[in-house]
Design a protein around this ligand. Structure first.
Ligand code: JFZ
Length: 482
């Protein structure tokens, strides 16, 4: 029996008076739960302005950049089959060789202003940059290790200029930080011996120093995106991680930290032993999307997505299926329709440049966003019956509804089923608001909008619905007298 199960049984046997605390669920129904010192510290969503802003971003940009852009998925003529940022863990690649690569890292064509402009043109409202990936290499000059940008031929800080350039374009910056660090001598995946524990204490001090260093150096940071927290050794650090998270929150009030940082008292991650989310949003949607609204359990969440199958950092050869801009736009819209943000990953090369496939995406997604962004920013879930043509989103402020159509029916008839007592006041195409549609009511609360299929669009179209609640049912539709 696991520790968690033992506690559960004890709590059950002890009945109401022992081992049980009353917690409030988001809808305020009290329920019993396991007493936790380091579980979730808040039930339900954050409602402060910084989190409201996060919730309304819609689209973000992820950047994976580091010395793995030098190997680019290949070592001594052999292709590494996994994600290029994991090549150091490959039996064919000696770790000693990998750990010398930084001496060649010299991204002389790095131009943060053009990076930020491209991201803005795509429509990104926030960006997440890998300050340190699993290999331990730091893109900022760190006081706590020599394995950093300051020790490369390039020498200069990469993070500071990025923060500045993106902020100048109105894009909020978040820092990715891998707790797992293959370069630090004290890092362990497991704590088996006293020696391990001693070494790991040093690693913990180092980790804390680096995180606080980042927040001190870049006080405009809006949040942290943690990774590499799945090892047994870290799962024992509930107390340490909880305290450290509080320190971060004190340093930057309102800072946003996802669910992939700290474990609870029993080593559970993301959701604590009571099933409550730890952190400000769920960080578990990695290269996958929820199917329906029930999957997100009322939480905020983000989806991080690669363009090819599983490549984050630069890889010289993108094998397999490479997603097209409209596949990615569909994922973006689906995310927004389920109250999440969509974060698209880019992996610049060793010189600081984006590959052509990525440049094309900036442009194509940006072109779509330029026309249809109203259906993304500030939008979220609408509780109308899902239709096969695509997704509804709803502006949280104006209440306007957007039908984002990815699968246009052959006859152009787009079905809408509304809840009772909803009146469709005005229906029009977003890109040409003068194109008004008159919905045909075919049954009670059920309509067709007829889109002219003789004018096929080149990209997913958006139809806007302005609606209102009515007192009566069945305004236009006459019930058949059969
Ligand atoms: C991690 C990293 O290993 C990877 O290189 C990349 O940085 C990505 C954003 O994060 O990969 C993960 C982490 C968690 C899961 C899957 C891949 N997960 O929870 O399914």
């Amino acid at each position: 029996m696991s520790k968690k199960e033992v506690v559960l049984v004890v709590a059950m046997l002890a009945g109401l008076n022992f081992g049980k605390v009353m917690a409030q669920t988001p809808d305020n129904t009290p329920r019993s739960s396991i007493a936790l010192e380091h579980g979730s510290h808040r039930l339900g969503k954050r409602t402060d302005p910084m989190m409201e802003k996060w919730r309304n971003y819609g689209l973000g940009q992820f950047i994976h950049w580091g010395v793995y852009s030098i190997t680019a998925g290949k070592w001594e003529g052999k292709d590494y089959p996994g994600a290029s940022s994991w090549i150091r863990s490959w039996s064919e690649m000696p770790a000693e060789d990998y750990d010398q690569l930084y001496l060649q890292f010299d991204p002389e064509r790095f131009d943060p202003q053009s990076w930020a402009k491209q991201a803005k043109a795509m429509g990104a409202k926030y960006m997440i940059i890998t300050t340190k990936h699993h290999d331990g290499f730091c893109l900022w000059p760190s006081k706590f290790t020599e394995y950093d940008i300051a020790s490369t031929p390039y020498k200069k800080d990469l993070i500071g200029p990025m923060v500045e350039a993106y902020e100048a374009e109105g894009i909020d910056v978040y820092l990715y930080f891998s707790v797992m660090d293959w370069n630090h001598p004290g890092f362990r995946t497991d704590l088996k011996t006293a020696e391990d524990r001693e070494a790991y204490e040093e690693f913990k001090t180092f980790t804390r120093n680096q995180i606080l260093e980042l927040l001190e150096r870049y006080p405009n940071t809006k949040g942290l995106w943690f990774d590499g927290t799945w090892d047994a050794a870290w799962k024992e650090q509930a107390d340490f991680a909880d305290k450290l998270e509080s320190e971060m929150r004190e340093m930057i009030p309102g800072i946003i930290i996802g669910s992939r940082f700290r474990p609870d008292d029993y080593g559970n991650r993301h959701f604590d032993s009571n099933g409550d989310l730890m952190g400000d949003y769920e960080q578990g949607w990695e290269r996958k999307l929820p199917e329906g609204i029930e999957d997100v359990k009322g939480n905020d969440w983000d989806c991080v997505m690669t363009v090819p199958e599983n490549q984050w950092g630069y890889h010289y050869d993108w094998k397999g299926h490479v997603k097209t801009s409209f596949e990615l736009v569909e994922m973006l819209v689906k995310s927004v329709s389920l109250n999440g943000n969509f974060v698209l990953n880019f992996g610049p090369d060793r010189y600081g440049e984006f590959r052509n496939e990525e440049r094309k995406l900036f442009k194509e997604i940006g072109d779509w966003m330029e026309i249809n962004q109203e259906a993304i920013y500030g939008c979220g879930y609408l509780d109308w019956e899902k239709q096969d043509w695509g997704y509804y989103t709803k502006d949280r402020e104006t209440g306007k509804i957007y039908m984002v159509v990815f699968n246009m029916p052959i006859n152009g008839a787009l079905r809408i089923k509304t809840p009772e007592k909803v009146h469709l006041d005005k229906v029009y195409e977003l890109k040409s608001p003068s194109k008004i549609f008159v919905p045909e009511e075919i049954h009670k609360d059920e309509y067709f909008v007829h889109y002219p299929v003789d004018q096929p669009g080149k990209s997913p179209i958006v139809i806007v619905i302005e609606s209102s609640k009515t007192q009566e049912e069945g305004k236009t539709y006459q019930r058949a007298k059969t």
